[in-house]
Design a protein around this ligand. Structure first.
Ligand SMILES: Cc1cc2nc3c(=O)[nH]c(=O)nc-3n(C[C@H](O)[C@H](O)[C@H](O)COP(=O)(O)OP(=O)(O)OC[C@H]3O[C@@H](n4cnc5c(N)ncnc54)[C@H](O)[C@@H]3O)c2cc1C
Ligand code: FES
Length: 264
């Protein structure tokens, strides 16, 4: 597949939850092409930021030609993006990588930790559109950092916060204990949260093959040439997040050797 960079106009900027920015851009070809879970490489104009920055499409609407990106400011690139005014263009490369496999019969459980929730509005919309029963388990440090549950229309939403300010007081992974039966799990969040999800799945006899994760590793090119995004594979060797993922079956990953490059 040939992927070309394109200019997309920023048409809306908002704050979906405390500390996060949602940029809505207008680019009909991207909004039609992107699959839930795929990402784009966004060019940033901040000084000394040579590489594009990878961001999942939070959602896309082929009819309006719009798509959204939800992110927090962690460095120069995201700060530059968060300050892009409406009417300006952003340079998109994508859609890139593999999205989630959305078809299936088992109830779908979405497990989102922190900003990992950014990939899920469009995923949940697509699952609900397929007539699937969907439960969204949302975890954040406190109530202010939780995405509004109306972003997941048609799904049941349960929340957990580290400080107990809303829902379960503790990890979002604890909410999995209430779920019974055959499950189709979709996870995204910091590596320690995903590792906790794998430990919980093993305790509950949930096969890791029934869990798909959206990985966020460091990235250089986003198109399979720099090897910067390598993640350890369970069968040995490495998987490239930008080519084999970012959405991958959890049994393909060597969780014991996944490092948390970003979250300390
Ligand atoms: C496929 C993919 C999809 C992503 N989707 C989203 C998303 O939807 N929303 C979102 O908020 N973030 C997402 N990220 C993370 C996002 O790419 C980084 O936060 C961003 O590149 C940081 O750029 P920066 O210039 O602001 O920070 P930098 O100055 O480059 O780094 C600042 C801090 O952020 C950390 N960081 C750098 N790159 C990443 C990264 N790839 N992931 C996590 N932390 C990083 C660094 O280790 C450092 O601690 C995604 C990453 C990948 C690989
Ligand atoms: S980011 Fe360059 S190979 Fe994946």
């Amino acid at each position: 597949m040939i992927v070309a960079a394109a200019q997309a106009e920023v048409v809306e900027r908002s704050t979906p939850m405390s500390g996060a920015t949602e940029l809505v851009v207008h680019h009909p070809p991207s909004a039609s092409a992107v699959q839930p879970g795929q990402f784009f490489q966004l060019a940033v104009g901040a000084p000394h930021t040579i590489l594009r920055r990878p961001y999942s499409a939070a959602w896309a609407d082929p009819i309006s030609g719009r798509l959204g990106f939800i992110f927090n400011v962690v460095g120069a690139g995201s700060a530059w993006l968060a300050n892009l005014p409406e009417g300006h263009d952003v340079d998109l490369l994508g859609p890139l990588g593999r999205g989630f496999e959305l078809d299936g019969r088992d109830p779908a459980i979405v497990v989102a930790g922190g900003l990992g929730v950014a990939v899920f509005p469009g995923v949940v919309r697509a699952l609900v559109a397929r007539g699937r029963r969907v439960t969204v388990l949302l975890g954040a440090r406190s109530v202010a950092q939780l995405m509004r549950s109306d972003r997941f229309a048609g799904a049941e939403v349960k929340v957990a916060t580290d400080d107990g300010s809303a829902g379960h007081h503790g990890s979002v992974v604890d909410l999995l204990l209430d779920q019974v039966g055959g499950l189709d799990i979709f996870g995204c969040g910091p590596t320690p949260m995903l590792q906790a999800l794998m430990r919980a799945a093993r305790r509950l006899d949930i096969p890791l093959s029934s869990i798909q994760v959206a990985l966020e590793t460091p990235m250089g090119c986003g198109i399979g040439t720099c090897l910067g995004c390598a993640a350890p594979g369970r069968a040995g060797g490495y998987l490239l997040t930008c080519q084999d993922g970012p959405c991958l079956r959890a049994d393909r990953i060597d969780w014991d050797h996944m490092t948390d490059a970003f979250h300390g």
